[in-house]
Design a protein around this ligand. Structure first.
Ligand SMILES: *Cc1c(COP(=O)(O)O)cnc(C)c1O
Length: 434
């Protein structure tokens, strides 16, 4: 049953000579689940193929961007065509306003936006702008939320930071972390207390409206609305970090699904269709504080890159035209795989808690409901690792950490879902007795 990974192992050893841990992003090293990380050589639709010729059904989708599956033909063609006219100019191109218009139509709270090259840049720039606009210093974030790796946001962060059990990061001065207030998610009294302790000093709340980076954790009923009311009352800004949820849980993201209008929104992942791209945007009076109109500086050599714009327009354009069909199908198939696997776990006597919003979901190996980082962290990560390895052996590639959400793409069929549930049935049979 064990897949042959000799070629991947050799590639990992070679990469380790030149790259710390052999990787450019920590979770790719598979340290949380053990075993050899397969080296990917190509993808098509719902499948990945590794250097040893193994095929996998992909349930992490490049950590979110690949909602249309790999090598989506219209996106490939758009990038090919753009590349033929040069990869970069450092001057304005028509495509930037084209993608901006598509995004603004999808997110009515965004009146103006600026493109950057990653989600990290989007959140970092949004926070600088929030501070510049309000003239305040403190930022509220929530435990287990990941907003990229800017210094002030690496405090009780999710994603790889949670996976490796790091409370923050070395190299972030206390004086910088001091201005980040990290509060438990889904706990309004903690937010009220922070505003009471720092009246007129909090620039913004930044939140993943549905947490994906501690595994999938939805907001409690009324929670996001209350964050909207508290920030409005105090004059602080509300920033929805929709780098993961934007175009994912609904075409217009979490703000469409929950009917909330944040002051600013950050986007990434899907917006670039797999090319490096992010964006931050929001109210025009706030965005007009950016240079060259205002005093808040922000810039990028490759911002609005023509290849990223081309892939983004192809991806977001396809989602826009087919949204009535795409999102219900993602919902139905994600429900089938999430609940199907939960049912197999129950039959095998393995305790799991299944959290899902649209095509974003996590099976937590725990018993009590997962509503914040503390309850997520109660998961049995050893058992998750055994589940992950068993699934990978059977050709199902789940995100390699308990604290990362799984995703479905439009290329996943009902047949793929059944294949995945059958694999899980076998794996639960093994780990239930282990
Ligand atoms: C992925 C992610 C980021 C960081 O984006 P990068 O492109 O990896 O820098 C920020 N916020 C959220 C919610 C994310 O999921």
């Amino acid at each position: 049953m064990l897949r042959q990974l000799a070629r991947s192992r050799a590639l990992q050893q070679r990469a380790e000579k030149f790259l710390p841990g052999g990787v450019d992003s920590p979770v790719r090293a598979f340290r949380a689940v053990g075993g050899d990380p397969p080296f990917v050589v190509r993808g098509e639709g719902a499948y990945l193929e590794d250097a040893d010729g193994n095929r996998y059904l992909d349930y992490f989708g490049s950590w979110g961007p690949m909602i249309l599956g790999h090598a989506f033909p219209a996106a490939v063609e758009a990038v090919r065509e753009a590349a033929a006219h040069s990869a970069s100019f450092g001057a304005s191109t028509p495509a930037e306003a084209d993608l901006a218009e598509l995004v603004i139509e999808a997110f009515p709270s965004i009146e103006k936006l600026r493109f950057v090259s990653s989600g990290t840049e989007a959140t970092m720039s949004a926070i600088r702008l929030a501070r510049g606009f309000t003239g305040r210093k403190y930022v509220i974030k929530f435990e287990g939320c990941y907003h990229g790796h800017a210094d002030g946001l690496l405090v009780k962060a999710g994603s790889g930071v949670a996976t490796f059990g790091i409370p923050g990061s070395a190299g972030v001065p206390e004086e910088i972390a001091h201005f980040t207030l990290a509060l438990p998610f889904n706990d309004l009294s903690a937010v009220e207390a922070a505003f009471a302790a720092h009246p007129g000093e909090i620039a913004c709340i930044i939140v993943e409206p549905v947490i994906g980076n501690a595994g999938c954790i939805p907001p409690a009923a009324g929670y996001l609305q209350a964050l909207r009311e508290i920030t409005s009352r105090d004059g602080a800004l509300l920033i929805f970090d929709e780098v993961m949820t934007g175009f994912r849980i609904a075409f217009g993201g979490a703000q469409q699904l929950y009917g909330i209008r944040p002051d600013m929104t950050t986007l990434g992942k899907i917006i670039g269709g797999g090319l490096p791209c992010g964006a931050f945007g929001g109210r025009a009076d706030i965005m007009n504080q950016l240079a060259p109109l205002g005093p808040v500086y922000q810039a990028g050599t490759l911002s609005g890159n023509p290849l990223a714009m081309a892939a983004g327009i192809a991806t977001v354009g396809h989602l826009r035209e087919n949204q009535k069909q795409i999102y219900p199908q993602l919902e139905e198939r994600s429900a089938a795989v999430a609940e199907g696997i939960a049912a197999e776990a129950a039959k095998a006597g393995v305790s799991i808690v299944t959290n899902r919003i649209g095509s974003m979901f996590t099976w937590f190996f725990t018993q009590a409901p997962v509503t914040d980082f503390t309850t997520a962290a109660a998961s049995d990560t050893q058992r998750f690792a055994a589940f992950h390895r068993g699934m990978l052996d059977r050709g199902i590639w789940l995100p390699p950490s308990q604290f990362e959400a799984a995703f479905l793409s439009t290329a996943h069929t009902a047949g793929h879902v059944q294949e995945t549930i059958r694999a899980a049935q076998e794996v639960f049979g093994v780990i239930a007795t282990a």
